[in-house]
Design a protein around this ligand. Structure first.
Ligand SMILES: CC(C)(COP(=O)(O)OP(=O)(O)OC[C@H]1O[C@@H](n2cnc3c(N)ncnc32)[C@H](O)[C@@H]1OP(=O)(O)O)[C@@H](O)C(=O)NCCC(=O)NCCS
Length: 178
């Protein structure tokens, strides 16, 4: 299949389209309240839309965070990736990768040092996310999820930091982390 994908900052008119996208991509999980809260706090998030022929086909959110108890480095400039969703029939065609790489490009330019994610290691390892044992997630994870807690360093010259990821309000809900 061949089509042009455009990536843009999600505009308010995308809000109504974002909802069915997440409902379809996550049929067993209601992420819509989280997505809506994140999109409402726009200064704390990078919200990227993937558009094909002007239609929303993918969406990704990067939330700006900090690291509590960091030792060394500029750990306050970090981000959390998620959620991310691509329309069912267009999955595995590169749209998710395009959203993630565009997010990395923009965050790198803004001086963000590191991006964290809680997600499938098989998928995220392809972006050089590696398991992170130095910065703990905001809530303890079940042991079997250890390999799913990952990060990528966008500014390799920065010192490695350690501590606990401190997340803004929408992410301060333990049920999102179990
Ligand atoms: C996960 C998701 C965002 C990936 O987006 P996508 O556009 O389908 O992914 P891409 O096409 O960019 O994937 C690139 C590669 O990863 C593979 N891939 C995609 N999803 C994968 C998954 N869940 N596990 C392992 N590999 C996966 C693709 O096959 C592709 O492989 P290739 O390069 O060898 O062909 C999308 O499939 C989705 O919305 N899934 C349901 C919701 C979800 O699980 N979101 C992530 C958790 S927050």
């Amino acid at each position: 299949m061949s089509f042009d994908i455009q990536i843009s900052d999600a505009l308010p008119r995308d809000f109504d389209n974002v909802e069915p996208l997440y409902q379809e991509a996550f049929p067993d999980e209601d992420l819509v309240p989280l997505v809506k809260e994140l999109l409402a706090s726009r200064e704390d998030v990078l919200s990227l839309s993937a558009l094909a022929d002007g239609k929303l086909v993918g969406h990704a959110i990067f939330t700006m965070c900090s690291i509590d108890g960091e030792k060394g480095g500029s750990g306050s400039n970090v981000a959390l990736l998620g959620p991310i969703a691509v329309m069912g029939e267009l999955q595995k065609l590169g749209i998710g990768s395009t959203l993630i790489r565009e997010g990395f490009r923009r965050l790198t330019a803004e001086g963000i040092g590191q991006v964290f994610v809680l997600g499938d290691p098989n998928y995220y390892s392809r972006f050089e996310f590696s398991q992170d044992d130095l910065v703990a997630p905001p809530y303890p994870l079940p042991e079997k999820w250890g390999p799913a807690w990952r990060s990528i360093r966008l500014q390799p010259q920065d010192q490695v930091v350690s501590g606990t990821l401190s997340v803004p309000g929408p992410w301060q809900d333990a049920s999102l982390w179990v």
